[in-house]
Design a protein around this ligand. Sequence first.
Ligand code: ADP
Length: 493
Amino acid sequence: MATVTKLQKKSQPNVKHTECFIGGRWTPAASGKTFDTINPATEEVIAQVAEGDAEDVDAAVAAARDALENGPWGKIDARDRGRLLYKLADLMEDELDELAALETLDNGKPIRDAKAADLPLAIDCLRYYAGFADKIHGQTIPVRGNYFTYTRREPVGVAGQIIPWNFPILMVCWKWGPALAAGCTLVMKPAEQTPLTCLRLARLAQKAGIPDGVINVVPGYGPTAGAAIVKHPQVNKIAFTGEHRTAQVIMRDASETLKRLTFELGGKSPNIVFADADLDAAAVGSHFALYFNQGQCCCAGSRLFVEDKVYDQFVDKLVTMNQHRKLGDPADPGTEQGPQVDQAQFDKIMHYIDLGKQEGAQCLTGGKRFGDRGYFIEPTLFADVRDDMSIARDEIFGPVLSILRFKDVDEIVDRANNTLYGLAAAVWTRDVSKAHHLAAKVKAGTVWINCYDVFDAAAPFGGFKMSGMGRELGERGLDAYTETKTVTLNLGE
Ligand code: ADP
């Protein structure tokens, strides 16, 4: 089984901010309530965080609206808005080690991932959108008659942004980048499991010179603080990342005020390996596709389809990789897999592992808790999985890989698409025609060919079907944060 790295007593990063950040000030929740944020590697309480609710959301929305309509934010040149975003990105780079350590403490992800993936991608995203701030423009339009018609792209207003716990810093930047570039102000609710880095970034934004009230953060729970943002009549738009069931609640709650909605939701992404692929590269890529971030990725390649001819040898490669995986203290730079984020996720994943065993899949590695404290689960691999099993249908969001067998390209498209979701897919083959045929046929927002989890701020990301609505990243990521206004001038006779 996987190698152990022990939990060490190391100096922990400072937790500097635990209150609501409203109108540029740190304030306790109006109710005075707090909730614990837990270190998932030790199950110990890191800090008590303000438990925001409707009253705090009211104050945050008022601050955001005031900053939008009366503050300097609405008046500064677009290029200077961009400069503030560049400055925030620079400050994050200066504090990269500290931010990564705080992320690892609160989320449990290995420090090497936080440093190599989360932080660089987050900083890059801010810089990408910083460059767009002065390039969001309308058109002049030749209409019939003697009129001059043009469009303006105006900020949608106050954006409500609700994010999950799996990539806290990255999700902040995916949401703040386009919102701020477009000139919106915002109220964000971080996930209750991982509020600390979002609060730290709010402080850095203030230090960068982003005017008070432009960014407001209300930590708290979904059905209280989150729902209050969604229902608030002065919030114009909701950007949400999380589970599709939560998105359904948000859609209902937002219907009263007809808010603009963008959703980035879950997945059960097919990862398809043909016999003609570079099998070593495909094995490394398929392992990464599922086990990266403890399997807590909405686009995880959790349904691995392997062509019959190479099935057994391919499964062996993955088994060996799991046997050598280093689990343990996420703050240790050698650690490859940390704990799951909390007890609820741990329990849910263990439940699916039990279901996989009961339904007759072959558990070849893992299947158990790792160690005796912290929410660690051994890298688990099920072979001989059938399409109708729960572990092949439901999003597990943990280190549990389901490997299925297929015969040829004719059968695989239907099987790959036989899911509620459509976030991502991957194909491994040396046959270019086959790769592009599948890329066109698979119903998913992203298709990777001979790679997996390649993200770039410039490349749109989002889901077909129950995996979401709208796209984040790329130029189109700005659409959700702008309203188009048509202006027509009568030029007379
Ligand atoms: P997960 O199960 O991965 O935590 P959720 O969809 O429950 O995913 O949570 C993602 C984010 O949505 C979190 O910030 C959570 O607090 C928030 N949330 C949960 N329920 C609601 C709700 N009813 N309204 C608004 N936000 C919610």
